[in-house]
Design a binder for this molecule. Structure first.
Ligand code: F3S
Length: 776
């Protein structure tokens, strides 16, 4: 049997519950008779636990939903990657249920290094992480979760190829889960505690997002690719511009994009902070479903998408209104390069050489990396291949190291069969395992650059925070399409523009690239790949024992957090006042720390090690002014205070916790005694994660008050307890006594706690509440 072909029972669990959703759509229309709905609203509102409660309560008869209503949602499916699945499963285990309430999958991808190539890296990584993979596999077997072993693929590519479908709603414990929106699903990145909601059949709560419409006109051509669409949009919106929004694409240009190109576009919607991104059903969706062995789903989706207006679940209604609209003409879109260090610093290719000069960025670069969850489709790879073939025919070799990461075994085997991979290898490219590798700091960069040395790289990945790829904060990581990264790798120059510039040949002639060409889908279909990488069936087995060695350094059973005291918070000390960007990487670094994801005490040793001390400008440096100003690392001080039962808070600037869904960035401060994060603003996923772990996220009512606080000031709250007890009503202040002069300041602060979230904080964590309900 073709191991890539799902069985009939697989397909039934992978098909969105269309008849139920259509019934729900009918009901939603009865409740909101005059509203034309966007596609995102249709998918969300048909997944509500109670449409009446979410759409009508507290709003003006459904007129004022977006940005206001709390949606209590029942997702169809959950996907988890190996690093975040550990904590999600440890939390799920404490609820004591025999199986998951919705279909779920685990994908082993983050803990696999990229160094010498798949053949060496994969066995080494399996060996080094055996304990964790065994834990995940045994938990999957016990609870009936599909388990994709190491090497099977990267979560988002495997989800696109197997689980995503038009109209589906899913949660994923990874911030790039919105990748599945390329195939018409609403797919949202969350922390493990949120995933546990869906796994135990508790409603998952989301403030109804606003909808940002992106109207696409024209058609891509030449060097421009779907990656350039999102790189350009990231520049327009900035890393905070999508916060609180779903990005919904529409317009005549939509149909010209391939399904996988739409996935790339949705994937990187995470970079602008969007809740998720989604495309309407198109013929390309049906073709992609068909070619990935899901013909029956394609047929159902096609029938729904062609049904008359009121019954059409898979496209926006005529006249649907968006909160904002941005129009992009794909015909005029130029390739873009974004970075370094932030995905929204976007420069059109034609101006990049000038930017290199004026910013004094390095003139040369050491590595070009293509593929990953974002850009390893058949179209991406065959377009890159077309450039490699041109260059090889001219006798050129890449000047930069060239790495290729296939997103899944299915795409790897297909590219292997069609000799795309051998074209890359013969050109000197290194094909890495079907896993995250260099995209998540698992790049063992051995030869070319020393730690701390300034250098540049280009990748077709999605994220480029400092130290993201090789652990070196001085590596300037520029994001571009796979085609551009490939062409640039042949020149080795950061200023090279393949649309206009030539590369000199040894015979004195000049070589100029023709624009790339490729195929959307393989003409011979997708290859099956190695059957060892096929997922395990989703059959729960209560007899399976999940073993966690009490002496393990990698896994530790979770101890519940203490409930909120029946008082205001008092006697807190400010651990650190953070300056500038504070991403989830800053709060809980990845790379070598990934191995401790299932062991909260051990991973907490990295807490805030990337944070900059606002008073001194130093990184990972704190001063214990309660003990003569002793200098320590941030986690050392947090641990010391934990041992002294000294609770603390962190003060920070804008978009605290931007980046990923990494719930460790909330769990670790909580474990170490953090009770409040007081920031100018928060990234959405992280703010929710904090609440779920019992940490109170507060924002300054007046941003200038940030300047009034210093490390080791003593803080108490006023009004917080009554807010928590009343389910979110009332005002809250913090009162801080200065360590410098002993004076008190009373600062108004804001919160976004819903009634349910107040319950999490009071119980100590969302999990405490779920476990208590389970026992009741
Ligand atoms: Fe993996 Fe996330 Fe990159 S899923 S490939 S680390 S963006």
């Amino acid at each position: 049997a073709d191991p890539a072909s799902p069985t009939i029972s697989d397909l039934s669990s992978r098909t969105p519950p269309y008849s139920k959703l259509l019934k729900n759509l009918h009901h939603v229309r009865r409740l909101l008779p005059t509203r034309a709905l966007t596609l995102a609203e249709k998918i969300l509102y048909t997944h509500l636990e109670s449409a009446e409660e979410s759409l009508l309560t507290g709003t003006q008869n459904g007129a004022d939903i977006r940005g206001k209503a709390n949606l209590k949602l029942k997702p169809d499916r959950v996907a988890m990657q190996d690093a975040s699945a550990q904590m999600a499963l440890l939390q799920f285990m404490s609820c004591g249920l025999p199986t998951t309430a919705v279909p779920a999958s685990i994908h082993c991808d983050h803990m696999i290094v990229g160094e010498k190539g798949a053949d060496t890296d994969l066995p080494n990584s399996i060996e080094g992480n055996k304990e964790v993979f065994d834990f995940l596999e045994s938990a999957a077997r016990k609870y009936g979760i599909e388990f994709w072993p190491p090497g099977a693929g990267i979560i988002h590519q495997s989800v696109l190829e197997n689980y995503s479908a038009p109209g589906l709603m899913m949660l994923g414990t990874d911030s790039h889960t919105p990748n599945a929106g390329g195939l018409g699903a609403i797919a949202i990145g969350v922390g493990g505690a949120d995933a546990v909601d869906a796994l135990v059949d508790a409603p998952w709560e989301l403030k109804a997002p606003k909808i940002l419409g992106v109207r696409l006109e024209g058609e891509l051509s030449g060097w421009a690719s779907p990656k350039d669409l999102i790189l350009y949009l990231a520049g327009q919106l900035t890393v905070r511009g999508g916060t609180g929004f779903i990005i919904e694409y529409f317009g005549p240009g939509v149909d010209s994009l391939s399904c996988t190109g739409k996935a790339t576009t949705c994937n990187m919607g995470a970079e602008v902070g969007a809740t998720t991104s989604v495309f309407p059903f198109s013929a390309g969706h049906a073709e992609y479903l068909q070619s990935t062995h899901r013909g029956p789903i394609a047929e159902q989706a096609r029938a729904i998408a062609s049904s008359p207006g009121p019954h059409n679940l898979l496209r926006a209604d005529d006249g649907a209104e968006y909160d904002n609209v941005i129009t992009i003409n794909l015909s005029n879109l130029e390739p873009h390069i974004n970075g370094p260090f932030t995905p929204d610093l976007s420069t059109p290719l034609s101006r990049f050489a000038d930017a290199v000069k004026s910013n004094e960025w390095p003139e040369t670069f050491g590595a070009g990396l293509i593929g990953s969850c974002t850009n390893s489709s058949y179209q991406d790879m065959t377009r890159a291949e077309s450039l490699v073939k041109q260059a090889e025919a001219a006798g050129l070799k890449p000047k930069a190291d060239f790495f290729i990461t296939p997103g899944s075994e299915q795409i790897r085997a297909t590219l292997d069969r069609d000799q795309t991979l051998s074209t890359f290898s013969e050109a000197g490219g290194v094909v890495l395992a079907n896993a995250c590798g260099p995209c998540i700091g698992q790049w063992k960069r051995t030869d070319d650059v020393k730690k701390g040395e300034l250098n540049a790289i280009f990748s077709s990945y999605n994220r480029n925070f400092p130290a993201r790829n090789d652990g070196n904060r001085k590596t300037m990581n520029f994001l571009a399409s796979p085609e551009l990264v490939t062409a640039l790798s042949y020149s080795g120059s950061t200023s090279f523009n393949p649309m206009t510039d030539s590369i000199p040949l040894s015979n004195g002639q000049q070589f100029k690239f023709d624009p790339p060409v490729g195929l959307e889908l393989p003409s011979a279909g997708f290859a099956a790949g190695n059957p060892d990488f096929a997922p395990s069936p989703a059959q729960p087995n209560p007899d399976v024992e999940i073993k966690i060695d009490p002496n393990s350094l990698r896994l530790a059973v979770l101890e519940p957090f203490q409930p909120f005291p029946n008082t205001e918070l008092e006697g807190l000390k400010i651990l650190l006042k953070v300056k500038g960007q504070c991403t989830t990487d800053t709060i809980s670094a990845a790379g070598p720390w990934l191995k401790f994801k299932g062991h909260l005490p051990n991973i907490s040793e990295n807490t805030l090690i990337g944070a900059i001390n606002a008073e001194t400008g130093e990184t990972n440096t704190a001063y214990d002014h309660t003990a003569n100003g002793e200098q320590m690392t941030i986690p050392e001080l947090a641990k010391k205070w934990k041992s002294q039962s000294q609770p603390w808070l962190v003060v920070a600037e804008h978009n605290y916790g931007e980046g990923s869904a990494r719930e460790h960035a909330a769990l670790q401060p909580r474990y170490l005694g953090g009770r409040i994060i007081l920031a100018k603003s928060f990234a959405r996923i992280h703010e929710t994660n904090l609440k779920k772990q019992g940490v109170v996220p507060l924002t300054f009512a007046n941003e200038a008050d940030y300047g009034k606080l210093n490390a080791c000031d003593e803080v108490r709250t006023e009004g917080l307890l009554s807010i928590l007890k009343s389910g979110g009503n009332g005002d809250v202040h913090i009162v801080a006594k200065s360590r410098l002069n002993g004076e008190e300041v009373r600062i108004p602060v804001k919160h976004t706690l819903s009634k349910d979230q107040c319950g999490f904080i009071l119980a100590g964590s969302a999990l405490n509440l779920l476990a208590a309900k389970g026992k009741a």
